[in-house]
Ligand binder design. Structure first.
Ligand SMILES: [Cu+2]
Length: 313
């Protein structure tokens, strides 16, 4: 399957010595988080291309990306990984379904009761358009290159502080932290717990109940919330994570609230359930490993380029 994503540039990226881009359009390359796919389809920050493949990055190799979709079903997500542009994200959820695995579990299903919540942090101008810093943090560094992005307000599926009308029943929410550098520590104001059934592209072996969820950057949590247990007719999903995490300020009016649920009586019987067990996984014994590999995560700074190269901020 080929996936092409249009990209709207909201960050200045004029060519400079520090900038590896030309002037033939906005660089784009898709990275699909958690996907099992050939390395040519991974979306390296240097595999970018412009419209019509007029210009391509050093690591570009193919116009078509292939995603086999043969892995365990759950939620993945994708965004533009072109070096220096990731914070100006166009992004989306990518749900892999397999009815042979999903259906026997009996979890809430269908578009109404199984929903994706893509969380992000964004800053806005007074007219509602997205604000991006065009001047940078350091006059010696081109403003395209910024180590991290922090927005003032939290958005869900692209909207700041939305509400969702729901019924008193179970819902499945696939929560994704799509922000560039912010963590979210989520809880509900009516004290309902989250029943976690999956995280980071896989079902858990059995559900875990939690009253708060710490969701780090790019992490996903697949949860069920049973609103039939709510003692209130409204509930806010709120954020308690320090901004920035872990040594920043306590959340404020802008980044402390995420979204609101408005709860109405259920119109039909809730046939969904949460099983005691989810999926069985093979135990992998460390002593059976045939090769030991070391993976280095590096953060590179220089006088010309400041950035996290492994993420293409
Ligand atoms: Cu990324």
């Amino acid at each position: 399957m080929a996936l092409f994503v249009a990209f709207v540039c909201i960050v200045s990226w004029a060519s400079t010595r520090a900038c590896s881009y030309g002037n033939g359009g906005v660089p784009t390359v898709v990275h699909l988080y958690g996907s099992v796919h050939p390395p040519q389809s991974d979306g390296s920050a240097f595999a970018w291309f412009t419209a019509g493949f007029g210009e391509t990055g050093l690591a570009w190799s193919t116009p078509t990306y292939t995603y086999p979709n043969t892995q365990s079903p759950d939620v993945l997500w994708y965004h533009n990984h072109a070096l220096g542009l990731t914070r100006a994200n166009l992004l989306g959820a990518y749900v892999i379904r397999n009815s042979a695995v999903d259906a026997p579990l009996g979890l809430p299903c269908g578009d109404e009761f199984d929903r994706v919540l893509m969380l992000a942090d964004r800053s806005f101008y007074a007219d509602g358009s997205i604000y991006m810093n065009y001047t940078g943090d350091n006059p010696n560094i081109h403003p395209q290159w910024q180590p991290e992005y922090f927005g003032e307000a939290i958005t869900v599926n692209g909207k700041a502080w939305p509400f969702l009308a729901i019924a008193r029943r179970r819902y499945r929410f696939r929560i994704i932290n799509t922000s560039n550098a912010s963590f979210f520590n989520l809880s509900l104001t009516n004290d309902l717990p989250f029943t976690v059934v999956g995280s980071d592209t896989n079902y858990l072996s059995k559900p875990i109940t939690a009253t708060s969820l710490l969701v780090s950057v790019a992490e996903t949590f697949d949860v069920v919330i049973d609103f039939s247990e709510s003692t209130t007719s409204e509930a806010e999903l709120v954020n308690m994570a320090l901004y920035s995490y872990m040594d920043g300020n306590a959340p404020n009016d802008l980044n402390g609230k995420v979204m609101k649920f408005v709860i109405s009586p259920a119109k039909a019987k809730d046939e969904s359930s949460v099983p005691v067990k989810l999926l069985d996984y093979l135990d992998v014994a460390e002593e059976e490993a045939v090769q030991r590999r070391y993976i280095m995560m590096c953060r590179v700074w220089s006088c010309h380029v400041a950035g996290v190269l492994c993420h293409g901020v």
